[in-house]
Design a protein around this ligand. Structure first.
Ligand SMILES: C[S@@+](CC[C@H](N)C(=O)[O-])C[C@H]1O[C@@H](n2cnc3c(N)ncnc32)[C@H](O)[C@@H]1O
Length: 277
């Protein structure tokens, strides 16, 4: 069966990198879970395995994404941030970070970074007419290279406050890849008054979190996707937590992402924002 997205994604600019359709891609699986069109059969199979195990999986993805959208409204609309570094930005979807930010302040500069070449391939077309928004391919595991990238240096003024968004990405960094060290390095680079946004899956002590974690692992998308909730507070260490802190995404300036707020599955995706003093 042909996936209707294949012509669009498979025809990517070769200079954007090789798009491997033999293994699931985190960006494409997330797109599938959000109801997008940029996926291949291999991504659909991985996503359906998760949904079969835990039907709330699509709600978790939506809750994460909606938290990011509310976070951007807070950053640009309430905190006066006008430059955003979105690392692990994912595929373009409805209500992109730059769209929300630039609707509030059209001069907001947004740099999208993702290691998956499909993000650049799709972002280029979307952003060709937008001089305040750029997408690059780079890897969070080398944060220095992101800050030193010529596009970063050109678009962002790193001596002024900015927001770094790490939405649903630290969950894909293995312990031996030193996620806490990576985040510490980013916090160190940020000038005072900057913000760091963290979100992603979490294990609040739920057997279903461990079940989903195993599926992520089986499909080669990481072994620590559902880190215990308590372990994740350190990602915002040394920062002033914006109210209500690091909480289930659906409780951060509450939303209606989970129709039944008593469903304990809503605790399996958390988000929070810290401000550098
Ligand atoms: C679950 S999606 C989250 C997308 C978006 N940030 C959000 O929260 O809605 C995670 C994204 O992180 C990207 N990613 C995973 N590991 C990465 C790494 N080491 N460096 C850069 N991007 C990475 C994936 O390709 C994917 O697009």
């Amino acid at each position: 069966m042909t996936n209707p997205s294949q012509a669009a994604t498979g025809g990517a600019n070769p200079s954007a990198g090789v798009i491997d359709t033999s293994v699931p891609s985190i960006a494409r699986v997330y797109d599938y879970l959000l109801g997008g069109k940029h996926y291949y059969d291999v991504d659909r199979v991985a996503s359906e395995a998760m949904i079969d195990a835990v039907p709330e999986t699509t709600l978790l993805a939506a809750a994460n994404r909606n938290f990011i959208r509310r976070a951007v409204r807070f950053l640009v609309g309430e905190s006066g941030i006008d430059q955003i570094l979105d690392i692990g930005s994912g595929l373009p979807t409805a209500g992109n970070v730059h769209e929300i930010a630039q609707e509030i302040n059209p001069n907001t500069r947004v740099l999208y970074v993702d290691k998956d070449p499909i993000v650049l391939a799709n972002g280029r077309a979307l952003l060709s007419a937008n001089e305040n928004t750029v997408v690059i391919t780079a890897d969070l595991r080398d944060p220095e290279a992101i800050f030193e990238n010529p596009e970063t240096q050109r678009l962002l003024d790193l001596s002024r406050p900015l927001a770094v968004i790490l939405g649903g990405i630290l969950m894909h960094i293995e312990d031996e890849e030193n996620p806490h060290g990576i985040v510490a390095m980013i916090r160190d680079r940020l000038p005072s008054g900057s913000f760091l946004v963290h979100s992603g899956c979490a294990d609040p002590g739920e057997p279903r979190a461990r079940e989903l974690n195993q599926i992520f692992y089986d499909y080669n998308m990481g072994s620590r996707c559902f880190r215990p909730t308590a372990e994740q507070a350190d990602f915002l260490k040394g920062l002033e937590l914006v109210e209500p802190g690091l909480v289930p995404c659906s409780e951060w300036r509450p939303s209606f992402d989970f129709p039944d707020p008593d469903n304990p599955a809503h605790q399996m995706v958390i988000g929070g924002i810290g401000r550098k003093p």
